[in-house]
Write a protein that binds this ligand. Structure first.
Ligand code: F3S
Length: 391
């Protein structure tokens, strides 16, 4: 049984409205299942279940019902990507029926006081929790980044539990909120050189598959940018269910169990992982920014396509805030002149690509490579950008 404070008990008993009651009931039930002794305050929540493609009419009704019951968030709360760019969905050929439902979903969240950030990389727009801060984040790659790269503490929440935590301002204290659980139980000795972001994606895809729900600690990675770490974490979270990882001399925490298993990761495995993700076809569309691109990544793409025009359509997926920054700095114009588009609020996986005439999509992310076939019926061209943009 989770011990509730007086105020939490009031919420549980319905004295603070039906939405708070329903939310506290979800949190208390989770706490009971996972053996939490109490609730802890969170500094922010990040809610998934935003695209109409993933939540459908049932999800929209659930949200509208919560709005009617007076749901209001009590901590800063952000949204995961939606199914379209809200300001250029017509140019992107998003079907109108889809767009209308998507707008209703965003409106429902907005009525609860949630910011329409629609990004899976909130840490690139200034939402950077400090080491040790407790959160209730839902997007798997954002969870991996927050725990591993920032040293903040969050379990991998589902959409409803993140929303319940946002409404109550607390989450049950179990799992990665506790020191004792933040320990690696598999060591990966990286014996190959990781040269590109796609290499980090291929490493993450392979390790996620092997680690399953174990927590990996990497040795032998000499340097890694935040962009590469985000792709590593996203890829492991997609092929396994890895909510935290450690990189020796790079991540703020690095704790390994004495009886941790060891596995090498060689040139041969890297090549094998890359090859398994790539159909070797020429993509009709290359999507960059999974998780959402940083300003530095947008700058790099702009420089690359300015020097040589790609041979296919391409999108750079990012947050609205960074899209506006890219417009201000001229990167978006350069990208547009080269046949591309900077796309905000959405990503290649949650927008309806399969209804837009695409069948082969390129990516340098292990996470997108994993989900494009199942969620968008795409064949995948996987590789570094210099390869897939000019195949
Ligand atoms: Fe983000 Fe979509 Fe990739 S939500 S992590 S860009 S699959």
């Amino acid at each position: 049984m989770v011990n509730l404070t007086k105020e939490q008990q009031k919420m549980h008993d319905g004295e603070m409205g039906e939405a708070a009651r329903q939310s506290m009931e979800i949190l208390a039930a989770m706490g009971k299942i996972y053996g939490a002794e109490k609730m802890i305050g969170i500094s922010s929540a990040q809610v998934s279940g935003v695209s109409y493609k993933t939540i459908g009419d049932a999800g929209l009704e659930y949200l509208q019902d919560l709005v009617e019951k007076g749901a209001k968030t009590t901590v800063p709360t952000f949204l995961n990507p939606a199914g379209m760019d809200t300001s250029q969905w017509e140019e992107m050929r998003i079907p109108k029926d889809f767009a209308e439902k998507q707008i209703e979903i965003l409106d429902a969240y907005s009525k609860m006081g949630i910011m329409k950030t629609c990004t899976c990389a909130p840490y690139f727009i200034g939402i950077r929790p400090k080491q040790g801060e407790h959160l209730a984040w839902a997007e798997s790659s954002a969870v991996a980044f927050a725990n591993s790269v920032l040293g903040a503490r969050t379990n991998r929440e589902g959409g409803p539990s993140a929303l319940a935590a946002a409404i109550c301002g607390v989450t049950p204290e179990y799992g990665l909120h506790l020191d004792k659980n933040r320990t690696a139980n598999i060591i990966v000795d990286v014996e190959c050189e990781l040269k590109t972001t796609a290499d980090f994606g291929a490493l993450g895809s392979a390790v996620g598959r092997l680690a399953k729900n174990k927590y990996p600690a990497f040795r032998g990675i000499k340097s890694a940018t935040e962009e590469q770490l985000k792709v590593l974490g996203a890829s492991m979270a997609a092929t396994g269910s890895v909510p935290i990882f450690f990189v020796e001399n790079i991540t703020p925490e690095y704790k390994v169990a004495e009886d941790a298993e060891r596995m090498p990761f060689t040139d041969h495995q890297l090549e094998e992982s890359r090859a398994a993700l790539d159909s070797n076809e020429k993509p009709q569309l290359v999507t960059i920014g999974c998780p959402h691109a940083s300003l530095e990544e947008i700058r790099e793409v702009a420089a690359m396509v300015k020097a040589k025009k790609p041979t296919c359509e391409f999108w750079v997926c990012t947050s609205r805030k960074l899209k506006e920054e890219a417009e201000r700095l001229g990167y978006a114009k350069t990208i547009q002149e080269a046949g591309g588009r900077v796309v905000a609020d959405t990503c290649m996986v949650v927008c309806p690509l399969e209804r837009m005439g695409y069948t082969v999509t390129g990516t340098n992310s292990g996470k997108a490579a994993k989900y494009l076939p199942s969620l968008c019926k795409q064949r995948v061209a996987f590789g570094k950008l210099e390869d897939i943009l000019y195949r």
